[in-house]
Design a protein around this ligand. Structure first.
Ligand SMILES: NC(=O)c1ccc[n+]([C@@H]2O[C@H](COP(=O)([O-])OP(=O)(O)OC[C@H]3O[C@@H](n4cnc5c(N)ncnc54)[C@H](OP(=O)(O)O)[C@@H]3O)[C@@H](O)[C@H]2O)c1
Length: 253
């Protein structure tokens, strides 16, 4: 029987082994963009408009680990609004341990900030993004955004960066992050932001949890963009959970 490389049972991986599976590259001279999504086996990325209905313990374990490893978590405003995003609260000791191993995390254990990409700055200053965050969120917006809205977000504690006139080029998003010294980027979606990053060939890897459910519905898919593209990816690793969840890591060839 032919052995397939890089296929592991989740039950065989302790937390440190799991972290090694998802390590960011040690040396980086540019932002490394990792995206993370969950999908049903019939291709749905939401149930009733949010991803929570797709969650499994295995997917949650990866979700938590990827947040521990990242220097910044970037999302589109549609995701922040739909999922009522709060700040990330990873275990500080795990963050420090990842940093010491050179695979991610942070030296002082501080959590990664959430960066939200929004042309409109249409975010609620009373939302969890501002009230439930240990570090200030970063709002990456446009000159077109209503100045009163922008001021209200600053008042609520956000840092704000204007990075475009009416829309923001995907490369400009990464430039803003790199200027702050954040290179280990975790993009948690949604499909419009991810699709634009992928269309611009700026996605280095995709972590995709496929959960063993058929859910139907009229939901969309994880990547949406103005034009189609054809980016070959390599399967870097497959981790199989006992509950049937398939944790795949795909990297740009
Ligand atoms: N299954 C999963 O793993 C997963 C992961 C993430 C999200 N989701 C789901 O995805 C859905 C949201 O999808 P979505 O496509 O609407 O969300 P999205 O990509 O998160 O957000 C789209 C919004 O982001 C802003 N944006 C994106 N690209 C921009 C650019 N180049 N310049 C300026 N602003 C930009 C705009 O915000 P403004 O309108 O404020 O200008 C736009 O309306 C939710 O239902 C969520 O639950 C699922």
């Amino acid at each position: 029987m032919q052995r397939i490389h890089n296929v592991t049972q989740l039950a065989d991986l302790d937390d440190d082994a799991m972290a090694r599976c998802y390590a960011y590259p040690r040396q980086l001279d540019r932002p490394w963009v990792r995206a993370n999504f969950v999908s049903s086996i019939d291709g749905a990325f939401t149930v009733d408009g949010v991803s929570a209905g797709l969650g499994t313990d295995a997917d949650h374990r990866v979700f938590v680990l990827l947040r521990e490893l990242a220097e910044v978590i970037v999302v589109g405003a549609g995701t922040a609004r739909a999922e009522d995003y709060g700040g990330a609260h990873p275990d500080p000791a795990r963050r420090r341990a990842h940093f010491q191993r050179g695979i991610g995390g942070s030296a002082d254990g501080a959590p990664p900030p959430i960066a939200v990409v929004t042309a409109s700055a249409r975010l609620d200053p009373a939302a969890r993004l501002f009230t439930d965050a240990e570090v200030a969120p970063l709002i990456i917006t446009t000159a077109h955004a209503d100045p009163d809205r922008v001021a209200a977000l600053q008042e609520a504690g956000a840092q704000v960066e204007v990075a475009g006139a009416a829309a923001i080029m995907p490369a400009a998003v990464l430039r803003v992050l790199a200027e702050r010294g954040w290179q280990r980027v975790l993009c948690e979606g949604g499909p419009h932001l991810f699709g634009q990053l992928a269309e611009a060939d700026l996605v280095d890897e995709l972590c995709l949890s496929t959960v063993p459910k058929l859910v139907g519905g009229a939901g969309g898919r994880i990547s949406l963009s103005a034009s189609g593209f054809d980016t070959p990816m390599s399967r870097k690793q497959l981790v199989l959970a006992e509950d049937g969840t398939v944790l795949a890591r795909w990297a740009r060839r």
